[in-house]
Design a protein around this ligand. Structure first.
Ligand code: MLT
Length: 408
């Protein structure tokens, strides 16, 4: 009677498990100041331009003349147009406004997209990667059993120092591949040549790429693509997910977009029409007020204010990187990304290092194994804290690391 696949998946979602451990620690040590560099949740307040737009939209909702009830499920035209003008037109991609679907967060969108595909569709993910892609397919029953930390029917594309954190093309054909660039958790990006290889592979193999660009606003390297549609032919093989969460501090407000190009068809079916049907059935739209706030991200003032916050977080990322390197730990990420990724010191596994860091330095990070088997023995620190907390956290980490003795 019940979905048996809930019984196969580890009972706790990664960030819920982290939160539970931190909460237990804080309850036992109420006087300790715990510094949170774990979940990628923003700390900067909303940009003033966004706040003004939210206030204006609230005032509209308070008047009989301007009140709005249900909106279009796919998003208001003003926001779809603004996303095209702000995100896609400047990088020379031909995405049209009616190919944009406004959602309430990339977690919802990336977890939901698997519904468009057959129950026996085969899946590959880069490893390590945002756990939602894997967990949503596990719950849909596509991944088989979870044995020794691996799903039996999932293709893992390892991203390690040895391959420069670039996933190799699958050796056997798969139907769907989830990629994220800049990647969560490694903070590394795929180059244009990498993406060209992936698009060519997808075209040859009739596969679909599910491409997550939640962190695209952090890209500073002008050669790094900000959208898969910068690659010719990608509109026939890729769906892309963008988010206002990390770009503009909307983790609490909730707003995202999904691009489903009209050129993307399989077996005579339009994926655009399918996603539109799904959206209309399951979603009544992101709140009007929130969409007005998101639109303001693209105003002149909004852009400047949001960029200042991104620069603020990137400065934190630099602090984390420098401190770890100063302590003799190699890192990746933190340049075009708010995440810094590294091998745990002293031969500790990732949950052991999590516990040491929490207990000895009162700093929270995210254990790498939570992002996939290739994350074992690795760790992620987030740059989304305040500058002051990040400074304090890196000072504590710099004092702690030399006291850890290698067990390897
Ligand atoms: C993360 O820390 O990986 C993200 O904040 C989680 C999310 O965006 O859902």
């Amino acid at each position: 009677m019940i979905n048996p696949h809930y019984g196969n998946i580890p009972p706790s979602y990664l960030f819920s498990e982290v939160a539970a451990r931190v909460s237990a620690y804080q309850d036992a040590h109420p006087d300790e100041r715990v510094l949170r560099l774990g979940i990628g949740d923003v700390t900067r307040p909303l940009a003033p331009a966004v706040v003004d737009a939210l206030h204006d939209a609230v005032a509209e909702q308070a008047s009989g003349e301007s009140f709005r009830g249900y909106g279009p499920e796919q998003g208001y035209a003003f926001l779809r147009d603004a996303i095209v003008a702000g995100e896609y037109a400047p990088i020379g991609t031909a995405i049209a406004a009616d190919e944009i679907f406004v959602g309430d967060g990339s977690k919802t969108d990336t977890a939901g997209v698997q519904e468009l595909f057959a129950a026996d569709a085969t899946i590959a993910v880069s490893d390590p990667v945002y756990p939602v892609y894997v967990d949503s397919n596990a719950l849909a029953g596509r991944l088989g059993e979870f044995v020794d930390g691996r799903w039996e029917q999932l293709t893992y594309l390892e991203c390690t120092a040895e391959n420069g954190y670039v996933p190799a093309l699958p050796e056997a054909p798969v139907d769907l591949v989830y990629l994220c660039s800049p990647n969560n958790p490694t903070g590394t990006s795929l180059s244009r040549a990498d993406l060209e290889r992936w698009v060519a592979w997808a075209r040859e193999n009739n596969a679909i790429i599910l491409f997550d660009v939640a962190y695209r606003a952090f890209v500073t390297d002008p050669t790094v693509p900000r959208s898969i549609y910068e690659i010719e032919g990608a509109d026939e093989v890729a769906i892309e997910f963008g988010s206002f969460s990390k770009t503009a501090g909307f983790t609490g407000l909730r707003c995202s977009w999904t691009v489903v190009p009209k050129a993307l068809t399989r077996d005579g079916a339009s994926l655009h029409a399918m996603w539109s049907r799904r959206h209309a059935t399951k979603f009544n739209g992101t709140p009007y007020i929130v969409q007005r706030g998101a639109e303001a991200v693209y105003s002149e003032a909004g852009r400047e204010q949001v960029q200042a916050d991104i620069d603020y977080y990137l400065r934190n990322a630099g602090l984390i990187r420098d401190a770890l390197r100063g302590a003799g730990i190699d890192t990746v990420g933190g340049v075009d990304s708010p995440y810094v990724w590294f091998r745990c010191p002293a031969g500790l596994d990732s949950w052991a290092f999590f516990d040491v860091l929490l207990n000895e330095a009162q700093v929270v990070g995210t254990p790498g194994v939570g992002f996939g088997p290739a994350g074992e023995d690795h760790f992620r620190l987030s740059a989304f804290g305040t500058y002051e907390d990040t400074l304090e956290a890196v000072a504590r980490i710099s004092s702690l690391v030399p006291t850890l003795h290698s067990t390897t």
